[in-house]
Design a protein around this ligand. Sequence first.
Ligand SMILES: Cc1ncc(C[n+]2csc(CCOP(=O)(O)OP(=O)(O)O)c2C)c(N)n1
Ligand code: SF4
Length: 294
Amino acid sequence: MSTMPPCGVLTPKDFKSELRPIWCPGCGDYSVLQAVYRALAAVNRPPHEIAFVSGIGCSSRIPGYTTAYGFNSVHGRALPIAQGIKMARPDLLVLAAGGDGDGFSIGGGHVAHAIRRNVDITYIVMDNQIYGLTKGQLSPTSARGTKTCTSRLGSLEQPVNPLLYVLGYGCAFVAQGTPADMPGLTAIIEEAIRYPGFALVNIQSPCVTYGEEDQLIKAHRARMTTLESLGHDPSDLIKAMDKAQHYGTELYTGVFYRNPEPPATFEGLAAERKQEMMKSAPPREKILDLFLQK
Ligand SMILES: Cc1ncc(C[n+]2csc(CCOP(=O)(O)OP(=O)(O)O)c2C)c(N)n1
Ligand code: SF4
């Protein structure tokens, strides 16, 4: 970890670790990493106040390429670990990241519970619609018909819609980005970090080795539409769900939903409960009496 720079002068370089990324040349995850550096610099929290947790996958290598405290953990388990860290150290800025397989296949069950608890974590999903690390099998977000080594004649399954999934569980901040729009991607990561509660950023991050042609950055650039240009109102949940339904056909970028009244966080409620219990707790001597059944 780098030494802490003076307050107020953090730059993207301060978040760059000495490890050299080993992603394939052209992988979208490089751009995600750059956007994370820029967003963290804008948020201006020093690296030693940041915990960055991931699962397993190509994308899950990302914490190691930053100067934050990182944990490249277990496949599908980034969120339980990130929640534990935030509960133990609510003062830390906690980020979680991983692939679509990590988040919506093996780790899919955790997403719902992290959302309903509303622990203040920013969850960055690098959604390349494939299992990259294990050499290109179908992932939960692969489009129907996708041909891979495990689906030679094309996938028969309906893909998971990650945007609708999280909106359905009540996620208070939901955004989508692509490396084809770096300023937009950086802005939504920064906004997600600043949002007080569980926030999801789904990033269409192309896998140049196993991904489909229409998922590459050039194709994204041609077909992406910013929600802002459509006059989308991100405070309207129903409209957010309406736009999210087009996942897989349209590439909408920007903030789908931002609850204008952020719900209470789990760590905030837990701290309040602790205060209440301390107030009503019997004095120490009394506890000893009770214990000794005097
Ligand atoms: C418990 C467990 N099951 C399966 C694996 C094998 N495995 C490692 S990464 C991965 C999926 C990777 O895809 P994704 O999460 O989308 O990330 P990507 O590599 O595409 O970034 C799988 C199935 C594992 N490491 N652990
Ligand atoms: S296999 Fe795909 S996701 Fe993994 S590093 Fe290469 S391009 Fe990126």
